[in-house]
Design a protein around this ligand. Structure first.
Ligand code: AMP
Length: 628
């Protein structure tokens, strides 16, 4: 493991040299003058003075080399359609959409919000924004009106691009009514709304709303010049949940991100131009941004955009796509594998998987049984990689493009080059030795590609991420971790109130706020509880203003359904708790803080531990009772 250690060492201790060299992987219209400006830490500026463009590096740059090669492969098992775009066709589409957006007044620095299902038009729009130097903000299609309105108000987009509907598990999910509701709720008014009409659900257009296909037809053959951005100018905003109800707009730069993704395609994914990459995430998540859209295309690889689930029409669909499109790299989430594990193992043997080199899994802890099962079933290496919306690319991972290292079950292996990661004591800020559990933290500067700030709120960026550990300005991941004697890292869960349901990051505070908006609720607590399939699920405990309203099983069930609908409508079904239970009181400390960890322990059948600070021990008994 010497090579990987040396490589990492160079990326931190000969930082400028290391990253100057990596900077050479991408096209710079104007070369950068300095590799790193770290004079204002924790803010870092990578590739100062360099001018580049994400869309150019993903699309135009590959035209002379592979214009006729497949670049974007769209498969939908939801609507039984597929479309394949060569590099040249992708270039045409992106230019047409850029022309459409330009006509609506979109230019450099303007925000464009996407609320879209997994369709090619979403990818074209993201790339078109990048082409114009506009900042896209993709909102996950599973979110509902309230969430969407919050993001519209924060990003203040000039244009919103959406669709009539998505589809999940064969069921049409209308988007347009949710968008209309969100627009009613929000203060900020976009100049225009563009709707892709898939013919799935009615989507009447109001004033200032346009049909994508009609606009597209007007711009057939359009060519829009690339807007060259200084490296630190923002490429996009992606909202993520934290411990407050207000989501954070993670802002990313342009040059550093392009370099980071280009480098990761070789060092982490060990791939080459001309290969095929299949990432099963959603464009609404960071993994989708980096490894459905930008990473593979920047690396000259074809990318598969898949609208569907891993089990429809049957549990062999992912393997069927691997065979058909000769996929070299497959990137998914542990939850998807746990779902497949419940299927007939024969399904895995039905297809020729010889093209597949490695399976990458990320987004949530990869448990040992799942890792072992899929590794044996596939007979291919499985790489667990740990990262966050904030980092934009893996923080911990095996790096077969640097050196092949033996995997260790339950561990995402080692820090990736560029990340000066430490396990530190949360109260003293000191580095901890091997074997000790502490907070996983990163010594600034964050590497290229990681978040540059919170959109519109530099102060919150510093306060949230760099001031949570006393006496030391380090970036907190808000994850617990440990390193073993051989240097393998282990992630041991969140330090905050963020939970991870089927790889989706949710703030329990947001769900609490939503339930509390129900007129009958006095207070409530939402916690994440271990779940065999989804990793975690949300469990809610509600204290009613008038407890008699939940007397009797029927009344209780009706009220539970009622509150779940509130969450569905405000946040979306992803955030819906698995159960809502009614209790007379919540267990709290004497200072009034809800004892979430004790609630989780009780729900998981564990010992709640030290309860010295509890105000009323009976409240925990009530939680226990409610579980029966
Ligand atoms: P997100 O920002 O939605 O990507 O969620 C990031 C969080 O997911 C991290 O802070 C971790 O808590 C968790 N996570 C992501 N990848 C892994 C992994 N490989 N192992 C354990 N936890 C992970």
């Amino acid at each position: 493991m010497q090579k990987i250690r040396d490589f990492h060492y160079a990326s931190i201790h000969q930082r400028q040299e290391f990253w100057r060299r990596e900077g050479g992987r991408i096209h710079w219209e104007t070369p950068f003058e300095r590799t790193l400006d770290d004079s204002r830490l924790p803010f870092a500026r990578w590739y100062v003075g360099g001018k580049t463009n994400l869309c150019y590096n993903a699309v135009d740059r590959w035209l002379p080399l592979q214009a006729d090669r497949q670049a974007l492969i769209w498969v939908s098992t939801e609507v039984d359609q597929e479309r394949i775009y060569t590099q040249a066709q992708l270039h045409d589409e992106v230019n047409a959409v850029a022309a459409m957006l330009r006509e609506q007044g979109v230019g450099q620095g303007d925000r464009v919000l996407l609320y879209m299902p997994m369709i090619p038009e979403a990818v074209f729009t993201m790339l078109a924004c990048a082409r114009l130097g506009a900042i896209h903000s993709v909102v996950f299609g599973g979110f509902a009106a309230h969430n969407l309105a919050q993001r519209i108000d924060d990003a203040r987009p000039k244009v919103i691009v959406s669709a009539d509907a998505g589809s999940r598990g064969g069921k049409v999910m209308p988007y347009k009514p949710l968008l209309d509701q969100a627009l009613d709720l929000s203060q900020s008014r976009p100049a225009a709304v563009i709707i892709v009409d898939r013919g799935l659900a009615p989507a009447p257009l109001a004033d200032g709303q346009w049909d994508y296909a009609e606009l597209r037809a007007r711009h057939e053959g359009a060519r829009v010049p690339v807007t060259w951005l200084e490296s630190s100018e923002p490429s996009y905003i992606l909202y993520t949940s934290g411990t407050t109800g207000k989501p954070k707009g993670v802002q990313r730069d342009t040059g550093g991100y392009t370099v980071a993704l280009a480098a990761s395609m070789e060092y982490i994914f060990n791939g080459k131009p001309g290969e095929t990459f299949f990432c099963t995430s959603d464009i609404g998540w960071v993994v989708g941004h980096s490894y459905i859209v930008y990473g593979p295309l920047i690396g000259g690889q074809a990318t598969i955009l898949y609208e569907g689930t891993p089990v429809r029409p049957d549990g062999a669909i992912l393997w069927k796509l691997v065979e058909r499109f000769k996929v070299n790299t497959l990137f998914s989430a542990p939850t998807a594998v746990r779902v497949l594990k419940r299927q007939d193992p024969e399904l895995l043997r039905r297809h020729d998987l010889s093209s597949l080199r490695t399976l990458y899994l990320a987004g949530e802890p990869l448990d040992e049984p799942t890792a072992r099962w899929i590794g044996e079933a596939l007979g291919k290496p499985v790489i667990d990689n740990y990262w966050q919306t904030e980092s934009g690319w893996p923080i911990l991972s095996a790096q077969p493009g640097v050196e092949r290292t033996p995997p260790r079950l339950g561990s995402p292996s080692f820090p990736t080059y560029g990340y000066d990661v430490r396990v530190i004591d949360e109260s003293t800020g000191q580095d901890l030795e091997a074997g000790r559990k502490g907070v996983v933290a990163i010594v600034p500067p964050l590497p290229p590609g990681a978040m540059s700030t919170i959109w519109g709120d530099d102060e919150r960026f510093v306060r949230t991420y760099f001031e949570s550990i006393p006496g030391r300005q380090v970036y907190s991941t808000f994850d617990w971790g440990r390193v073993d004697d051989d240097g393998y890292w282990f992630i041991l869960g969140r330090t905050d109130d963020v939970i991870n349901v089927a790889g989706h990051r949710l703030g329990t505070r947001e769900i609490e706020e939503s339930i509390s908006s129900h007129a009958k609720v006095a207070e409530c607590a939402v916690v994440g509880v271990a779940d065999a399939l989804k990793g975690q699920v949300a469990a809610a405990f509600v204290v009613l203003k008038d407890p008699s309203q939940a007397e009797g099983a029927d009344a209780m069930r009706a009220l539970e359904g009622d509150m779940m609908r509130v969450v569905d409508q405000q946040l979306g079904a992803v955030a819906r708790p698995a159960r809502i239970r009614f209790v007379a009181a919540l267990p709290k400390t004497r200072s009034g803080k809800v004892l979430r960890r004790a609630i989780v322990a009780v729900c998981e059948g564990r010992d709640p531990g030290d309860l010295a600070t509890i105000e009323d021990p009976n409240a925990l008994e009530l939680i226990k009772e409610s579980l029966k």
